[in-house]
Write a new protein. Sequence first.
Length: 243
Amino acid sequence: MIRARIISSIFIGLILLMTLTGRVSAQIQDDENNTLSRGEKYGVLFIQVNATRETTSDANLTVMLLVNCTADDVYVDYLNFSIYGYEYVSYDVVYEIMLFSVSVIKQTSLSYNKTMQENYNVRVPKDVWGLTYAKINLKYHIGNTPLTFDDTFSLTTVKNIRWQELEELEKEFELLNNTFWQIFKMNHTQDNLAQLNETYQALKGASNELNNTRMVVGILAVTTVFFVATTLYLVFRKPKEYW
């Protein structure tokens, strides 16, 4: 009888150990809906995190957290969820900062198939970009057995708006430089622009001189015509002399 109880206890303990240490995870990206879904089993608690797959600086990312209990007699001491990112003060000075933190469950008993779901909107500062990551800190008891899990995983990718604007400007500059080369056979540089500006000013001065010359010629032509006409008029209007 005692041996049977010992064998039974060992068997139950092995099953419990396999259940508690077994860990299954899955991560799925939905590009069409711009979402990232990750499911992980921490012992008898299954936790799923859905988040915006991509966002931009100075914008929001949406996070859904679901907890499902797959056993009875579970007491959660705490389940904390937090999100971190990287703040770029400059391109060579980067700080890790906390974007969001919440205590999802605290000192709560869960029964079999109990499900909890929370939704969060997380603001991303304008100087934060790159890959964000999440942390889960979990402690619970199943019966008298305490379990602790600390997990870190990648989350939303934050695109840098300023960097994208610079890339667009670079493309426009490249197009302008190609056009500049096709027209002037030179690169679009400050020195070449200064040279073209000097040439333009010289041509402008020559154009002004040409216009002035044309004006003088016009005035002389008008004056000449007027003089000839006046002379002819006086000749024909001169009184005839009778002898």
